[in-house]
Structure formats: C-alpha cells, structure tokens
Design a protein around this ligand. Sequence first.
Ligand code: XBP
Ligand code: MG
Length: 245
Amino acid sequence: MLQALIFDVDGTLADTEATHRAAFNLAFAEVGLDWVWDEPTYVSLLEVSGGKERILQHWRQVQPDLLDIDGTEVQDTVARIHELKSAFYEQAVHDGAVALRPGVLPLIAGAHALGLRMAIATTTSPMNVAALLRTAFGPEGARMLPIVEDASTAPLKKPHPQAYQQALRRLHLPAQACLAFEDSGNGLQAARGAGLATVVTPTRFTAHHDFNGALRVLPNLQAVTVDLLREWHERAGSQAPTTAR
Ligand code: XBP
Ligand code: MG
C-alpha cells in the first residue's frame, strides 16, 4: 500500500533552473569572471548534478589545462562562487522569482491531509530547500515535508541513489511502499537506483532526457490526486518483476 511520497526539488516542486542560472551568472560577475551561461549552455551543464560540480565542469571546459583540479585553490574558488550564487538564488526565491509547479501544492496538501508521509531528496543546498519551503508553502512546508535529504546530507549527487536511500531509511519504509517524483534523467536514475517507482514531470530544461523506466511521464502534476497515485502504485506493484526466490 502507498505510504509515502518522496519529491525532488529543482524542476519538480518548482521550475527553478532559470533562477539558478541567473544566480550563477550574477556570482560569476561578482568575482570578476567573464563567464555567462546562456540557456543552451546551462541545459547541457545540467547533465551534471550539483552547482559546485557544474562550475568545475565548466571551468574544465574553458580551461582544459586547469591543473591541480582537486587542489585547495580550485576548490576554494568554486566554493566561494557557489556561496555567492546560493545567496543570489536565495534572495531571488524570497523576492518571489520561483513558484510551485501546477498541481504540486494541492497534491502535497491532499496527501498530508490523508496521512501520507512525505520527504525530499535533492542535490541542491539546504538553504535553497528552506527558502523554497518557506516562501512557497509557508510554515506548513516543514511540517508536510519534514524529512529532507540534500547536498549537505547526501553528498553523492544524482544519479547516485544516496539521497533517496537515506530518505527511505529515515521514513523506515521499503521503496515498494513509496513513490518518487522527479524532473530529470539523473533524478530518475537515482530514484530507480533506490528501487522507487517514479513519476516524472520534465521541464524545458530536461524534456530531452531519457525517462525510460519512469512509472509515468507527465507535463505536470495538475489533476494528479492521491487516489490516482494509489491506483498507479497498486498496478506497478502487481506488475513488478518478482524477486528471485
Ligand atoms: C538540481 C541540481 C542542483 C540545482 C542547483 O537539484 O542539480 O544542483 O541545479 O542547486 P534537484 P545547487 O536534485 O533538486 O533536481 O547550486 O545548490 O546545487
Ligand atoms: Mg530536479
């Protein structure tokens, strides 16, 4: 029986990547770098989960001879840029730049009212999650989504399943009792890697990704009710390959 829902954040709860991209560009300008990520560049960099990892990926691309890639100097510079970026992003969220995607609030509020447990499994930073929960859900946010696995608690980024595995452990539930919600190929791989049936709602940043193995691929969560999820979950369980005895 369906007992819990586990949500990705960026692209799933809210279409945030345009705001992330703007924050990255503000941070680059702040430190005097002439890097500017236009949307096509950012779409390809989104193949890399994690803002710090993305900055490093770009740096390697523009400076292939970048030595000492794991040295403290490079890591410190990346950390500084990412810290600035996160502050710009957090301010943008507080200023209302980001809204929940269609259907997210009614589904989460409805699931909460019916006693389903919920968690978050994301590669973004804790301050970004807190800003979105506060701004988009209000004080209820932390109550409806009390379990958060993020970049600070699950450093192995998607497609690694660590964030989902840790969310399941904290829920004290098997993957078979839950559903995951994602927007990206990396996210789907991470959720499937943790054994979770996964509903995917791509954005324009991820629509071209491979969603093979998704339980459903939908334009958004509008008209998705708990009853409908229960029906899909039931059917998925009945069709799941039986484990070898
Ligand atoms: C998407 C990501 C994150 C964000 C940027 O996270 O890969 O890196 O793009 O946030 P999600 P940070 O798993 O929620 O889809 O700069 O904090 O990483
Ligand atoms: Mg995502």
